[in-house]
Design a protein around this ligand. Structure first.
Ligand SMILES: NC(=O)C1=CN([C@@H]2O[C@H](COP(=O)(O)OP(=O)(O)OC[C@H]3O[C@@H](n4cnc5c(N)ncnc54)[C@H](OP(=O)(O)O)[C@@H]3O)[C@@H](O)[C@H]2O)[C@@H](O)CC1
Ligand SMILES: Nc1ncnc2c1ncn2[C@@H]1O[C@H](COP(=O)(O)OP(=O)(O)O)[C@@H](O)[C@H]1O
Ligand SMILES: [K+]
Length: 516
């Protein structure tokens, strides 16, 4: 498990440790990890040309000290400063033979370009967790010039808000980030997450409280995947009721069933909507003979519930939002089972919530909704009366806070899909998925995810766990796909992903510990 903390909590932990350690000791731990990263990446330090971007605070101090250590090992280090610099770090760099250029307003573009062009690596120490608001002009100029493929961000890419991931104006784009003590939430939240590259955590010995945001690793997921035992049967493994697909959209049902068959439930009852034909049912039967299909007339909630006993429901892929689907969603809310609500069932659920804001809180079992950003905007507009434009802005400014507000106000567990899918419980507990790839941005991948999550839910995982594990497996499957990926490729990739996770030697022993 990887943990992220707020800057305020990091400051508290840092203060306790600073009081107990000799001056500068904590910074030297950070520097040690940073230099190790750089040396590993360069392969050889002697003769390497390195540019250090040095802001006025301790983030600049880290970068200057790292520059000094690298200069001692024979690197040629040029520091560029927008203004004043960390005194001890500057003295160490100069004593080791490094050079300091600045303040930035005195440097012409040509000089700066030459330094950046020659650099094998740029260390971005402009701003760390002390940054507030958008970068000032001199910082922004340097951030824009730093070459992303050769830049390592120190603690946080400068210009990315460490708490929210917000980016106002220019921000450094790095090919890797070396972060200290614990992950910062902003490294995991869009838009900031797009600036980090892979993140390496350097342990500096902080004693940290409960995290504010978590990310599952393979070992955590392996320990959570429902695995049948000797006593298992198809019913004991869990039965999912999946309400998906209509004459207009039969394909979505096929994709959702594909995901559901790979999620661990033992039995799958599929309820499709039939009009003049039973297209969705026919499509599903042909593609997935394992699924048991019941075709119902639009809105026939009794027929839906009569499909048989299940341990969880999922509804939405391939359904056209309207009164008929609202009827079905209301029918599912009336059960005492966990329910996943996606796609065409989201607006109908929002309408039910607008009429009765306590509808979800009154249930014992959870409701997990899985919107993408556009659906989240519509859902919160209908259910909570939020202004969609304001919601878009709120998501950019502080994605986690916006989803937390929506989860608390509706009582739903919310899985907000995107580059970094977020899973948030009404009480605020939150997870983020950090794997996957941009190739997932193709029609139908969300339908596969819905089936997969529903299946994990039916197999016994709690709602947020099913969401987080489902998103992780879905992302890992995408990472293995031949590209360009089509949504229909994902179900066939899932068995290899799960097989490998279960075979890993550290299965069942989730990693934990402070800051890790
Ligand atoms: N926590 C830990 O455990 C450890 C922390 N460590 C390191 O300390 C870092 C935090 O250092 P920090 O507190 O000195 O803040 P930092 O990020 O350098 O920024 C302050 C400077 O930025 C300026 N400034 C602010 N906003 C700005 C803007 N928008 N645009 C431009 N400038 C802006 C501000 O200027 P001022 O407002 O004062 O004029 C001030 O000069 C942390 O990220 C990590 O790297 C490690 O060494 C060891 C363990
Ligand atoms: N850039 C990206 N990186 C990682 N995952 C992505 C990216 N873009 C989209 N995804 C994932 O792809 C899926 C898209 O789902 P969705 O928008 O519901 O598509 P559809 O409705 O067509 O099925 C989600 O799981 C989302 O998290
Ligand atoms: K930085």
């Amino acid at each position: 498990m990887r943990n992220a903390h707020t800057v305020a909590k990091i400051r508290d932990a840092e203060a306790a440790l600073l009081a107990a350690l000799p001056p500068g000791a904590l910074m030297q731990r950070a520097v040690y990890g940073l230099v190790a990263h750089v040396a590993r990446r360069l392969g050889r330090v002697y003769g390497a040309r390195i540019v250090v971007l040095a802001g006025g605070g301790d983030n600049g101090g880290d970068a200057l000290w790292a520059g000094a250590r690298l200069a001692e090992r024979g690197a040629r280090v040029d520091a560029i400063a927008p203004g004043r610099t960390h005194p001890e770090g500057t003295a160490a760099l100069l004593a080791a033979g490094g050079r300091l250029h600045g303040p930035a307003p005195a440097l012409d573009d040509e000089t700066l370009r030459r330094l950046f062009d020659q650099a094998e690596l740029v260390l971005d120490g402009l701003l760390g967790i002390g940054g507030r608001g958008g970068l000032r002009a001199d910082h922004a100029r340097l951030a824009a010039l730093a070459p992303p493929e050769r830049t390592v961000a120190v603690d946080v890419p400068s210009g990315v808000d460490a708490d929210t991931g917000a980016v106002t104006g220019a921000a450094v784009r790095a090919s890797a980030t070396v972060t200290f003590g614990t992950h910062k939430r902003g490294l995991w939240l869009t838009p900031g997450a797009a600036h980090t590259g892979p993140v390496e955590l350097v342990d500096i010995g902080l004693e940290l409280p409960e995290p504010d945001l978590r990310a599952l690793d393979d070992a955590d997921v392996a320990a959570m995947i429902p695995v049948p035992g000797p006593e298992s049967s198809k019913y004991r493994r869990g039965v999912l009721g999946l309400v998906a697909g209509s004459d207009a959209y039969p394909g979505a049902a096929v994709l959702a069933v594909g995901g559901a068959l790979r999620g661990g439930a033992g039995y799958l009852r599929v309820v499709t909507e039939t009009g003049v034909a039973s297209r969705a049912g026919d499509f599903v039967r042909r593609a997935h003979p394992e699924a048991v299909v019941t075709a119902i007339r639009a809105g026939d909630r009794a027929a839906m519930l009569a499909a048989g006993r299940v341990q969880a429901w999922a509804i939405g892929p391939g359904l056209d939002p309207g009164p008929a689907v609202r009827e079905l969603v209301a029918g599912l809310l009336g059960t005492d089972l966990p329910v996943v609500v996606d796609a065409g069932a989201l607006d109908p659920l929002a309408e039910l919530l607008a009429a009765d804001s306590a509808a979800l809180r009154a249930r014992d079992a959870p409701v997990l909704i899985t919107p993408h950003e556009g659906e989240f905007g519509r859902f919160t507009a209908t259910a909570l009366g939020w202004d969609p434009d304001r919601t878009t802005a709120d998501l950019a400014a502080d994605r986690l806070a916006a989803v937390r507000r929506a989860a608390a106000a509706t009582g739903a567990v919310i899985l907000l899909k995107g580059t970094r899918t977020l899973i948030v419980e009404p009480v605020g507990a939150a997870w983020v998925n950090t794997n996957g790839s941009g190739w997932l941005g193709t029609a139908g991948t969300g339908d596969v995810l819905t089936g997969l999550i529903g299946s994990l839910l039916a197999a016994g995982l709690p709602a947020a766990g099913a969401g987080a594990v489902g998103a992780h497996l879905h992302g890992r499957a995408a990472e293995r796909a031949a590209v360009p990926l089509a949504a229909g490729d994902l179900p066939d990739l899932l068995p290899r992903v799960v097989t490998d996770l279960l075979a890993a030697p550290d299965r069942g022993r989730p990693r934990g510990g402070h800051g890790g």
